[in-house]
Design a protein around this ligand. Structure first.
Ligand code: PEP
Length: 241
């Protein structure tokens, strides 16, 4: 039985006072049989370092190990700040920062090299979906992202049209895509590594159980609905069944 993984991506949507409020309200639910992970803005990782039941992730990392790269954040520094995971390849970074499949693969390699588990985001645009290219896009992104990795990472399937729109994918459609990702991972890595496949895109407490009941969905990546402790606790509880 795979332990569900629920990841909160706080992006740049929260500041210290709200994080302190979140921490004060957070209750680690021992009965919620889920791994709960939060990716706060980098500067606030320390505010979450001692919170029971929460593991930490970076929202991004450099494709370089060290050196003259002003403003970047190494995988080693995420480890030093207490992270167990690092998110790479979020569509906002692919679109706004021109990150290619190659750059994302290199970032994932940096995370793996220091012992962190990469959470690699991928997903098709609405144009690609309408053109019937979803599976081709996903296969290309998966193969490119695992190049050079020795263990299966976590993947987060996030159809771009479902992120922040309030319009989630149909759980059964997401499950089918995710099963394809899981099969691909199994054929490349066997049992080595994490290999969980998450769904992300307009998840909220009310639709959590439906997504989690789909075969192929091992957890969730949550943006907007993870910003308050009540909402994120509900999602974690519902994901635990
Ligand atoms: C995301 O940004 O990765 C995301 C899934 O956001 P939301 O849950 O707000 O759609």
């Amino acid at each position: 039985m795979i332990t569900p993984l629920v990841v909160a991506n706080w992006k740049m949507s929260i500041e210290a006072p709200e994080i302190r409020e979140f921490v004060a309200s957070w209750r680690a639910t021992a009965d919620a049989a889920v791994d709960c992970v939060i990716a706060p803005p980098l500067a606030y990782l320390g505010l979450l370092s001692q919170v029971p039941g929460i593991q930490l992730a970076g929202q991004d990392c450099s494709s370089e190990a060290s050196g003259a790269f002003t403003g970047e954040c190494s995988a080693a520094s995420l480890l030093a700040l207490g992270c167990q995971f690092g998110i790479v390849g979020h569509s906002e970074r692919r679109q706004r920062h021109g990150e290619t499949d190659d750059i994302i693969a290199t970032k994932a390699q940096q995370l793996e090299a220091v012992g962190l588990t990469p959470i690699i985001c991928l997903g098709e645009s609405s144009q690609e979906r309408e053109a019937g290219e979803t599976f081709a896009v996903i296969e290309r992104q998966v193969r490119a992202a695992v190049r050079g990795l020795h263990r299966a990472p976590v993947f987060a399937y996030e159809p771009i049209w479902a992120i922040g729109t309030g319009l989630p994918a149909e759980p059964s459609d997401a499950g089918t895509v995710q099963q394809a990702i899981a099969n691909e991972l199994k054929s490349i890595f066997g049992k080595k590594g994490d290999g969980r496949v998450l769904y992300g895109g307009s998840v909220k407490p009310e639709n959590t159980a439906e997504f989690m009941s789909e075969q192929g969905i091992d957890g969730l990546l949550v943006g907007g609905a993870s910003l308050t402790a009540e909402s994120f606790m509900d999602i974690c509880r519902n994901a635990g069944g």
